[in-house]
Design a protein around this ligand. Structure first.
Ligand SMILES: Cc1ncc(C[n+]2csc(CCOP(=O)(O)OP(=O)(O)O)c2C)c(N)n1
Ligand SMILES: [Mg+2]
Length: 849
């Protein structure tokens, strides 16, 4: 193998660097081809990615910006300190913001645009527990009053306070994105950036230079959600996405990678995932040392040290740094001989140097073709004196009088010492240079942020008649509610007005749910279009990907799909377009798999439809323990804004979806829906007269007793309604017992309504009592009630407090089994025979009768 190594020679305006790179690349490629095992190297030297000679000068007033930042630091610390003095245990964090201040302030002063024309500007996902710093800035901006700030974490007082963390539910005009559950912010940010492109590529919003910024903790990076979708960013070439990882080397208990270097670990992971990585490790004061160090020993020493030691250096002071860091090599000691211990202690880390941070941001904003991550090295508890860089720093809530005094003088806060001890807030006058500068900068960037808008006017939901196909009988044709849903979705997608707003989301289950026809109809969104000819192109329902495709086929990721659902479900606020997402998934892998993300979705005032497919522990046959869901309805009941429905028939589904679109998008209600979909085929009846309200409230009489007055009531939900109907026949024909059959579409809604009525009565003893809907509905309906569903017994049990002991509940408690429906229903005792048996046993019980 003695071929000549030829490398094409190009005109090289950048001098030798590029030529050198080409040669090295060609060499290593040839060596690999020849079978040489060259190790893959994803790490670059432990230095700033941007060399000093490539830096641009800082565009702002460094002195004034430092003053402003100091004031924000003080107020952020003071609001936590004073609150914990006043109300011990109320909590809050001071060390996170202190490490983040420069990273945020450079953004606020120079990068975070508030608007782009009539579109909102950049989206910023803030590290949740750094919220005091964001509040402190808004206080200086005059957007939050002193009273509000003084009520940090006191939300239930006469003067409303500030929520602990970013919660749009609690501060709907302020926070856009819930982030404090670690990992959810970064994951949602990636999909937000992708959804922005989706809206642009589909022509729903205009293209803007807007960015999605996500501030992420280094400890937070351990969450699988933080790292799990990185490749989506590069695959989709999301150059509208910028992560800033605040590498303060610590998390809650101690160092993130005491025995290693988190920056190196993250650099390799992000580079491997195809991101543009910019490391901001060292501040400008190190540059002089690097320039003097001709031997490369300084870098060598830096690379030797692990994070546990770096933490030590910032905790133990200059003398320690001299001895332990520089002292290892005499040449390095020599290098810093003219620096005092204080000078050594003050040598900055990159994330605290505005010049370095500015340059990293500038490069990130200008980078094209993919996402950028900035790995910024900072100090946890920066400036908190003895609390700086300690393992216990995260827990710091209060400072001693001395520490407060030291903080005050270090950051030059012009307040008397007593006021400092109190942790008094400080804001200079509106005409002061600081406030003027700060406001000018924000004006330049389009206004204040964070800021959340709720733009909702002028939407008309299609009326019920619009869904007439689903309201009619299927004329004996056996279909499932899943197929009925696909019919509704197809119909909605065709609508000239709202069709384009529908966002079907599926985690690689489109075929499970019979959605092939929709794939053909509206296409799968693919930012690159379709670069191949699908093998099934000759068929009617071929696999179609398109740049303006409408379906988000996310692959096997419920978490990613939920992040898309979140971006789409909050688009009404974030982009001013009322996107209507339908996320259809295996019901088992929803609330219990991504429940925390659903919780955050609710916090974000998300709207849309979660469609729990293959629902029911006995209806999904064969799949067994890990697939058969008999409890998602219990979990969904825990989310305050989630309306849950368990419909049996196509018309019920249509009524619920019609009203859902109306309430969420026309009336602007902040709620969303969880609807079960089953895969059992049966004939769909025509919608009976007058049941619309009942369907929505949760119950209506479906089939009265065939032979006169009923002595018994049978409740059924989903496909188990058919078992109730069969039980009605068994009881009448075999035992001569008459029973009414009710379709219960939502025990969760019935319970909520009953609880609300009961509470109202408690608070209004002098007024005529309200009667829970379930009691009104059951007026005149006598005898025991046997309720069965494909879900746990606790689902119907929710309404037992109002049923005076009449309720007998059957349900699918326990682990699923692999068998067919008939055997499963017998096993779980939710078949017609079990319902009839339960009725007989109850009617025969002398103690109750
Ligand atoms: C899912 C989740 N688990 C645990 C916590 C509790 N928690 C709050 S802050 C924190 C440590 C964060 O460390 P890091 O991400 O490094 O942020 P830093 O404060 O160091 O900037 C933890 C574990 C949480 N908020 N969310
Ligand atoms: Mg950390």
């Amino acid at each position: 193998m003695h071929q000549k190594l030829t490398v094409p020679v190009e005109a090289d305006p950048e001098g030798g660097t590029r030529r050198g790179t080409q040669l090295l690349e060609a060499l290593s490629r040839r060596a690999r081809e020849a079978g040489v095992d060259i190790p893959v190297q994803l790490n670059t030297p432990y230095l700033n990615t941007i060399p000093v000679e490539e830096e641009h000068p800082y565009p702002g007033d460094r002195v004034l910006e430092r003053r402003i930042k100091s004031l924000i630091r003080w107020n952020a610390m003071a609001m936590v300190h004073r609150q914990n003095k006043k109300d011990p245990g109320i909590g809050g964090h001071i060390s996170t913001y202190s490490s983040l201040a420069t990273l945020l302030e450079v953004g606020f002063n120079h990068f975070f645009h508030a608007t782009y024309g009539d579109q909102p500007g950049d989206f910023v996902y803030f590290q949740g527990h750094a919220s005091p710093g964001v509040y402190a800035r808004a206080f200086l901006e005059g957007r939050l009053t002193r009273e509000q700030v003084e009520n940090f974490r006191h939300e239930l007082r006469d003067t409303p306070g500030l929520s602990s963390y970013p919660h749009p539910w609690l501060m709907p005009d302020f926070w856009r994105f819930p982030t404090v559950s670690m990992g959810i912010g970064p994951l949602n940010a990636i999909y937000q950036a992708r959804f922005m492109r989706y809206l642009e590529n589909r022509g729903i919003i205009q293209k803007t230079p807007r960015k999605v910024w996500a501030f992420v903790g280094d400890g937070e990076s351990d969450e699988p959600e933080s790292m799990g979708s990185l490749t989506l960013g590069s695959r989709e070439k999301l150059d509208n996405l910028i992560f800033v990882v605040n590498c303060n080397l610590q998390r809650l208990d101690g160092p993130v990678r005491g025995n290693g270097k988190i920056i190196n670990e993250l650099e390799a992971a992000y580079r491997g995932a195809g991101w543009n990585v910019i490391k901001v490790i060292w501040g400008a004061d190190w540059d002089r040392l690097f320039a003097l160090d001709r031997s490369g020993l300084l870098l060598k020493r830096m690379e030797e040290c692990v994070d546990g030691e770096y933490q030590n250096f910032k905790a133990k002071g200059g003398a320690y740094i001299r001895k332990e860091f520089f002292g290892k090599y005499p040449e390095l000691l020599e290098l810093v001989a003219d620096l005092s211990d204080d000078d050594l202690y003050r040598l900055h880390r990159g994330g605290h140097d505005p010049q370095k941070v500015y340059n990293a941001y500038k490069r990130a904003v200008e980078h094209q073709g993919g996402p950028t991550v900035i790995l910024a090295k900072t100090v946890k508890g920066y400036g908190l004196g003895s609390a700086q860089a300690r393992n216990a720093t995260h827990q710091e809530k209060k400072l001693s009088d001395e520490a407060l005094a030291a903080f005050r003088s270090r950051f030059e806060i012009p307040i008397p010492e007593e006021a400092a001890h109190e942790g008094s807030l400080y804001k200079p006058g509106d005409e002061s240079p600081e406030i003027t500068y700060l406001k000018d900068r924000r004006r330049e960037l389009g206004g204040y942020m964070p800021l959340r808008e709720s733009r909702q006017a002028g939407f008309v939901a299609p009326p019920l008649e619009y869904y007439s196909d689903s309201l009619a009988s299927s004329k004996g044709r056996e279909v499932s509610t899943t197929m009925a849903f696909v019919g509704i979705l197809r119909h909605l997608l065709k609508d000239p007005k709202i069709g384009k707003l529908i966002v079907p989301i599926i985690p690689d289950e489109g075929r499970t749910f019979g959605m092939e026809s929709i794939i053909r109809q509206v296409g799968i969104y693919a930012s690159q279009g379709q670069l191949y000819r699908p093998h099934d192109q000759d068929m009617v329902l071929y696999y179609r990907e398109a740049k303006d495709g409408q379906i988000l086929e996310e692959g096997i990721t419920e978490a990613g799909s939920m992040a898309s659902f979140t971006a789409a479900g909050s688009a009404y606020s974030n982009y001013g377009v009322r996107m209507i997402p339908f996320f259809t998934y295996y019901s088992m892998f929803g609330f219990q798999r991504v429940g925390d993300m659903i919780w955050a979705f609710a916090d974000a005032r998300g709207k849309g439809f979660l469609m729990g497919g293959t629902a029911g522990r006995t209806t999904l046959s064969g799949e067994g323990l890990q697939h058969q869901d008999g409890h998602s309805i219990v979990l969904s009941s825990t989310v305050p804004t989630c309306a849950t429905y368990d419909p049996a028939y196509a018309y019920e589904l249509a009524v619920i979806i019609q009203d859902g679109i109306r309430r969420m998008y026309q009336e602007g209600e902040d709620r969303f829906y969880y609807i079960t979909l089953y895969n059992e085929d049966y004939a769909m009846p025509e919608m009976p007269e007058g049941c619309r309200e009942g369907i929505l409230k949760g119950i209506y009489k479906y089939r009265p007793a065939p032979g006169g007055k009923a002595a018994l009531q049978l409740f059924g939900s989903g496909p188990i309604l058919n078992e109730a109907l069969r039980a009605q026949t068994i009881l009448a024909e075999t035992y001569g017992i008459q029973a009414d059959v009710w379709s219960v579409t939502s025990y969760n809604e019935l319970r909520r309504e009953a609880l609300a009525a009961e509470r109202w009565n408690r608070l209004h003893p002098a007024e005529p009592a309200r009667r829970p809907h379930i009691l009104n509905v059951l007026d005149g309906a006598e005898g025991p009630i046997v309720a069965a569903s494909d879900y746990m017994k606790v689902v119907p049990d929710q309404i037992s407090p109002w049923l005076s002991g009449r309720l007998v509940t059957l349900g699918t408690d326990g682990f699923g089994r692999s068998d067919n429906r008939e055997h499963l229903r017998r096993h779980f005792e939710v078949n017609a025979e079990s319902m009839a048996g339960a009725a007989l046993s109850r009617l025969a019980d002398p103690a109750i009768a």
